[in-house]
Design a protein. Sequence first.
Length: 461
Amino acid sequence: MASASEQLASNMNLGAFGKAKDLQQRILFTLFVLVIYRLGTFVPVPGIDMGYYTQIFASASGGLLERGNMFSGGAVERMAVFALNVMPYITASIVMQMMKKTVPSLVALDKDGGQQGRQQINQYTRYLTVFLAIFQAYGIAKLLQIPAQGTGQTAAINPGLFFEATCVVTLVGGTMFLMWLGEQITARGVGNGVSLIIFAGIVAELPRAIYQVIGLGADGSVAGSLIVIILAMSVALTLLIVFVERAQRRLLVQYPKRQMAVGKQFGGQNSFLPLKINTAGVIPPIFASSLLLLPATAGQMFAGANGTQGGDPGALQTAMAFIGYGSPLYLTLYGVLVIFFCFFYTSFVFDSEQVSDNLRKQGGFLPGIRPGARTMEYLNYVLNRLTLIGALYVAFVCVLPEYLISQNQEIPPSVGMLIGGMSLLIIVSVTIDTVTQIQSHLIAHQYEGLIKKSKMRRRRR
């Protein structure tokens, strides 16, 4: 027999959406904030020679700049005020999430501090975001002042301390403003604000990538059959991601009956504890790709700086090609790191000890499993096997497209990143999460309507 929530969800239609005024306002607010974000990706940082910077960006093929450009919706390519995007905030959030499981003071603040404790941890996350953003912005300001070999030209029009200060303040301010916009979407809009900002950046660049692929086929640079294979692969991977991301392992949880009065018993209901196959989400491929592309990007910049001083970058270029984007070693390490980060991050996202303790306090138990330590062991047993399946799935989705694209040098790495598995994983995951929240708002609205009708009937009686 279907539950009340499932019945309401099956009855949702455009009529129900038309009556949910609060949901409409939330969606409009979310769209308005995303439009502001897109406009900001076209506002360049002051003091930059955009003509020369475009040449520098084009030479950094397959590096970390292109990965950051994908997440920022083209802001890195235009060196806009949102070039850092929300990546410092994501990194700070992950670091704080790990620290609040290992640092005793943060563990106590998270468990016993309540709402005030969580707000304090969020404040620490913001402070760490500012520090990381300043560090990255200063590095970008220094790189923009590296003189070109022979000409001595720099991307900065007037290099110096004033340019560095202007660049750092602009980029850090853009990141903090995006962080604030993301929090506003989460509180007053629909969906997770930070995830939607990354989603909007990737989706905005996706049509251009598809157009470039079709253009390569039209001028004969790439075979038409290969383009069909790439597009078919993208569709197939999207279907696979949708299927796996919605898949769950449901563990039955039973609650014993309680004697509340003479002849009256309460409780005795059953519920389910859902465990996702991919508990870590999109964090493992982001970490793995950034970790692998960082040496290649640093090597390109070091080679350029070494060239200006008359050095011989031959050995460095050989090493970069050996671990460069699309090489066999890169793809192998990429898959291994994705699997490692899936297990590593899942251990922080899902706290089996806390879940088993909450079940014990609420009187719930898994059939055939003792509450407490035995429940925690069983949850770890099930979660480890689910994580293995999820890690292999994420590695397959992320590595396969990059392998196929790396075998065809005609396709630019930037296009490969945009139509690759990680981009599709982010798009599908954020879409599913946002649609689920919209459905939750509609169900809540319908419940409110049923409650109002029942109250009116009682008054009439």
